[in-house]
Design a protein around this ligand. Structure first.
Ligand code: GLU
Ligand code: MG
Length: 435
């Protein structure tokens, strides 16, 4: 059959789903400048495709403009059309970033980090997901890996061809659950890579007549699919700036303030990083996710974890040293989640917050008074509560373009309205169907 080569321009919007339009590749010159038309009310299309209340109604026009540097071209050589796409920024007709463009919001957060701390962000998104066909095999097992070895090999080839650096792939703990990691990328590309990775997993699964889901949790009694965001900093000349051998647990001054800010504002930003109703089933104690605003050193129950280094020389340690944000999942746009984390971190630097003390205990054993006395907060336990805390925090709202948080709140309320009084199990099924 005849086929016109097409290029898709994509945005990962506030619903965490990837949307966009395709155009003939031969029109790239024209489209790279002018983009494709986009509609403001699209921002209120929830993950379930039901439209939440929109301040824009049927009015307005925007442009989704592809960023040529983000192009991904992967031909699986199986006769199917190649994956060919670019990530785009949503701009107004005058060419200014639109207030609800997640990628533009991240760019301005990164600029704030650079302006205030002189630091550039390096980041990697570690993703867990499950494949729907079959159980997969035992936790971390070779047999489980072998069952999907062809998938794993094709996935790693796709990731590499997409311009990312494949790191590891494994059979994770849960039923049918896998994990894939990639090497860090700089700046906005770190979040772009998160989006590209998810799409490569989906695209590869499809070529194996399977389907992947990144839903935050598949079953209320099951394990969650986390997104663990690894973060480090470089100074303006590209030297590692996260580590200081004399700092607490090796944290540099920038890292100390940044981590303190993330933990101080965590309860008000999980609405962006873990933004589904079922995300709050995962953010509970003893699931190796995150339930409190605590720092851990190699503790997988902490919201922010200082990761181990394996290098033996000081230079290598400084380059490897990174912190991991664990209170995120793939219902979030990687761009918006990272923007919220970066803003919270920069706020900690601005406020000159002291380095938090690392915990090494089960915080779920403390009652609320004992937690509060030590400066800990239990993270919100529902999406509604997370949205309330976000809206109640003026500092947090101030990081985003005017009006954005109200739009975001209404989006999430629309999502909850769609779920109505469904049981928790039915909510899990609804999210699994769309993520
Ligand atoms: N599945 C866990 C989560 O929901 C993480 C397990 C791990 O540490 O890899 O975040
Ligand atoms: Mg894992």
């Amino acid at each position: 059959m005849i086929r016109e080569p097409l290029l898709f321009v994509a945005t990962c919007d506030v619903s965490g789903r990837v949307r966009g339009k395709a155009f003939p590749l031969e029109l790239l010159e024209k489209r790279a400048g002018r983009g494709v038309g986009w509609t403001p009310t699209n921002v209120q299309i929830t993950c379930f495709d039901a439209i939440a209340e929109s301040p824009y109604g049927s009015l307005g026009d925007l442009l989704l403009v592809p960023d040529r540097d983000s192009r991904v071209t992967v031909d699986f050589q199986d006769g199917s059309p190649a994956e060919d796409f670019m990530l785009g920024d949503i701009l107004t007709l005058d060419g200014a970033p639109w207030e609800c463009c997640t990628r533009s919001i991240l760019k301005s957060a990164l600029k704030r980090l650079e302006d205030i701390a002189g630091a550039r962000l390096v980041g990697a998104f570690e993703h867990e997901f499950h494949l729907k066909a079959g159980e997969g095999g035992g936790a971390y097992s070779m047999e489980g890996y072998r069952n999907r070895a062809a998938f794993a090999a094709t996935l790693m080839a796709a990731i590499k061809t997409a311009g990312l650096k494949p790191d590891t792939v494994m059979k994770e703990y849960g039923v049918g659950q896998y994990e894939v990691t990639i090497s860090p990328e700089r700046g906005v590309r770190a979040a772009d890579a998160g989006l590209v990775l998810r799409e490569m997993v989906r695209a590869t699964a499809r070529r194996f007549d399977d389907e992947a889901s990144f839903t935050p949790i598949r079953h209320p009694d099951g394990v969650g699919n986390g997104v663990h965001i690894h973060l480090s900093f470089e100074d303006s000349s590209g030297r590692p700036a996260t580590y200081d051998e004399n700092g607490p647990h090796g944290m540099s001054a920038i890292t100390q303030g940044f981590v303190a800010g993330v933990l101080k504002y965590l309860d008000s930003i999980v609405a962006f990083t873990a933004p589904s109703s079922v995300s709050y089933l995962r953010l509970t104690p003893h699931r190796w996710s995150a339930a409190f605003n605590n720092l851990g050193v190699r503790d997988r129950e902490a919201s922010v974890r200082i990761c181990p280094t394996t290098a033996r020389d000081p230079e290598g340690v400084a380059r490897q040293y990174n912190i991991e944000f664990r209170a995120a999942d793939a219902a979030a746009s990687p761009h918006l989640a990272l923007a919220a984390i970066v803003h919270a971190g920069v706020q900690g630097i601005v406020e000159k917050l002291e380095a938090p003390k690392a915990t090494q205990e089960d915080l779920s054993l403390l009652d609320p008074a004992a937690l509060a006395a030590r400066g800990f907060t239990r993270l919100p336990q529902s999406l509604g509560e997370a949205i309330e805390r976000m809206m109640a925090n003026e500092t947090v709202r101030g990081w985003f373009p005017a009006g954005f948080c109200e739009v975001y709140r209404d989006h999430k309320l629309g999502e909850l309205k769609f779920l109505g009084d469904r049981s928790v199990l039915d909510q899990c099924k609804a999210y699994e169907a769309v993520y």
